[in-house]
Design a protein around this ligand. Structure first.
Ligand code: SF4
Length: 262
């Protein structure tokens, strides 16, 4: 099999806007799943609501497209009912960190054996461009027409603090690193969060002076700070440059986990 064999060709074309980053994330995920040697029979994809959460509909396995913010709760049930299944969750920043915020921290705390892939486009894409918990300060959305005044959640650091066994962050630009991070997450017993900073040209870019898809990808590339460089800056007592976000593996550990097959 190849990664392409996991796709439901009959559902194409997909609903994503031209230039959306979600397709790259799905491709990297399927390549990682294929690399693991998993089969369509023992793998389940679960999602909530949002553009990210349409992903399981394009994959040729059993899947659950659940209610907004609740994907991790459904996924926990699936995994505990049948630990032999490989469980992968697709979610977005609004789905995971706002509406599903409590499910998120408790899935990390319980360290349930699954991999959650969060397509963080820093806005609610599907529902009309409202601000989310990761919309940067000053960014324009339909609910922050004068610029967001709120501090943001750092999803990856939140997952580390809440107890997940594996946490990494990359972007839709870093496809090789992203695929490797997802593969590591799939292999790590316990909860894995792979956060992917990705572009939403329709609802974020055009409102925030990133009108071209290439502008958005360049922005992701130039604002990604390798975790090793972040650590060096800290050691040297230097500040993290404004607007940068950390990429790389933030944690890999072996806390006791729930739902690990015997
Ligand atoms: Fe992608 Fe944004 Fe379009 Fe949704 S609204 S499909 S996130 S570009």
């Amino acid at each position: 099999m190849s990664a392409a064999d996991w796709q439901r060709i009959d559902r194409l074309p997909n609903i994503y806007c031209a230039g959306c980053g979600n397709g790259s994330v799905i491709n990297c995920t399927l390549a990682a799943v294929e690399e693991m040697g998993w089969t369509r029979e023992n793998t389940v994809f679960i999602s909530g609501i949002g553009c990210s959460s349409r992903a399981p509909g394009y994959i040729l396995t059993d899947s659950l497209h659940t209610t907004h913010g609740r994907a991790l709760a459904f996924a926990t049930g699936v995994k505990l009912a049948n630990p032999a299944l490989n469980v992968v969750v697709f979610t977005g920043d609004g789905d995971l960190a706002a509406i599903g915020g409590n499910h998120f921290i408790h899935a990390c705390r319980r360290n349930v054996d699954m991999t959650a892939i969060c397509m963080n486009n820093q806005i609610y894409g599907m529902t009309g461009g409202q601000g989310s918990p990761t919309t940067p300060r000053g960014a324009i959305s339909t609910t922050t027409p004068y610029g967001s005044a709120e501090p943001v959640f750092d999803l990856a650091e939140l997952a580390v603090a809440a107890g997940a066994n594996h946490v990494a962050r990359w972007t839709s630009y870093h496809v090789k690193e992203l695929m490797a991070a997802i593969a590591t997450g799939l292999q790590t017993p316990g909860f894995s969060l792979v956060e992917v900073m990705t572009q939403c040209p329709t609802n974020y870019g055009r409102r925030n002076r990133l009108r071209q898809v290439s502008d958005m990808i360049e922005h992701l590339r130039t604002h990604a700070l390798l975790v090793q460089k972040r650590d060096r800056l800290i050691r040297e007592g230097k500040p993290i440059p404004e607007g940068m976000f950390v990429v790389g593996e933030l944690v890999r550990r072996h806390r006791p986990a729930m739902g690990v097959r015997a």
